[in-house]
Design a protein around this ligand. Structure first.
Ligand code: LMR
Length: 328
């Protein structure tokens, strides 16, 4: 009898254990560096909302905006350690994991957001999404922010105007080469430090999108902006391959469907923000916004474009060609 009793006890215990496992809610901590009002901030919150509706009790998303939890440098380390499960950094910040994503930093490669969309949704862009998987980072989707603009405390109308100026850049060797091409001094710095560095004069200028310039108030501490559209700020929504592979197939499927829906909305918010935030900054009267003539744009492109050759082997000639086809 004691054997039967022990066996029954074991069965009860294992049933209770597996039920407990089944009931355990999966928590996705999503850390990012922008405010909740940006396209990325809204998308992260929308992801949380859809997960709440469709995976209630199974998955919960917790969003930490505005570098509250981690800044740019720390978040990818945290992702690999399992301290956060999702992030959406700029593709410029992955140099340690893959050189291929440097393609998004090549100056004057993408003429606008539609060209970027054409590339990311095409075969080259889709293959590139997996470029950091061998380092444990899984790309889930591309998210747009927009085209970057230059600023300083002087008008930057032609490349010579930038010579000698200290510009904050994201941690990208391509962006470093881009500013060196105009004889400026690039400084890699976390996004959370830019406002202070601009207001105290640690740096003279920066490049970013209208959305980030507005939400981080850079327009209050720079006298002149150039509508240069010289590059793109594009994100990749990432998780760790380890976390993703640990998810049950049905959860992966539902999460993938949710991400697809969120990505469509995110693109729409990014396009709206690019137009609205530029108008807001002009209307604020706090700074001057200089559009460039075609001849001035051509000068910037001429000086910056040689950077492509330097990084061609890293980013892939075929990828550059595919991107160029999207510019037609
Ligand atoms: C930056 O560092 O300028 C951007 O990548 C910030 C962001 O996430 O939009």
């Amino acid at each position: 009898m004691p054997i039967i009793r022990t066996a029954a006890l074991l069965i009860i215990c294992s049933l209770a254990f597996s039920q407990n496992l089944m009931a355990k809610e999966i928590v996705i901590k999503f850390s990012h560096v922008t405010t909740e009002k940006t396209p990325k901030g809204k998308a992260a919150n929308y992801l949380k909302e859809l997960v709440e509706q469709r995976l209630k009790g199974k998955v919960r998303v917790e969003v930490f905006p505005n570098s509250q939890l981690y800044n740019d440098k720390e978040v990818l380390k945290a992702l690999l350690l399992g301290d956060v499960q999702m992030a959406a950094p700029s593709l410029s910040k992955f140099g340690k994991f893959t050189k291929k994503w440097g393609i998004f930093d090549l100056p004057f490669l993408f003429k606008d957001a539609s060209a970027v969309k054409c590339f990311t949704s095409g075969p080259n862009g889709q293959t590139l999404l997996a470029a950091a998987e061998n380092k444990g980072i899984k790309g889930l989707a591309y998210w747009l922010n927009g085209m970057k603009q230059l600023s300083a405390n002087k008008p930057l109308l032609v490349p010579d105007d930038a010579a000698g100026e200290k510009f904050r850049i994201m941690s990208s060797d391509v962006l470093e080469a881009q500013f060196k091409a105009v004889k400026a001094n690039p400084q890699k710095m976390s996004f959370s430090e830019v406002y202070n560095a601009l207001s105290t004069g640690v740096i003279d200028g920066q490049e970013n999108t209208w959305s980030n310039i507005r939400t981080k108030k850079f327009y209050e501490v720079q006298t002149d902006f150039t509508e240069s559209n010289h590059g793109v700020l594009e994100y990749v929504l990432v998780t760790s391959t380890e976390f993703w592979d640990s998810l049950p197939a049905d959860i992966q499927k539902e999460l993938s469907a949710i991400i697809k829906e969120v990505t469509a909305k995110e693109t729409q918010w990014a396009l709206e923000a690019a137009a609205e935030d530029k108008e807001y900054i002009i209307a604020s009267g706090r700074t001057k916004v200089h559009p460039l003539t075609d001849a001035q744009t051509a000068q910037w492109a001429e000086v910056m474009k040689p950077v492509w050759k330097k990084f061609e082997a890293n980013v892939g000639k075929d990828n550059i060609e595919a991107a160029l086809k999207c510019d037609k």
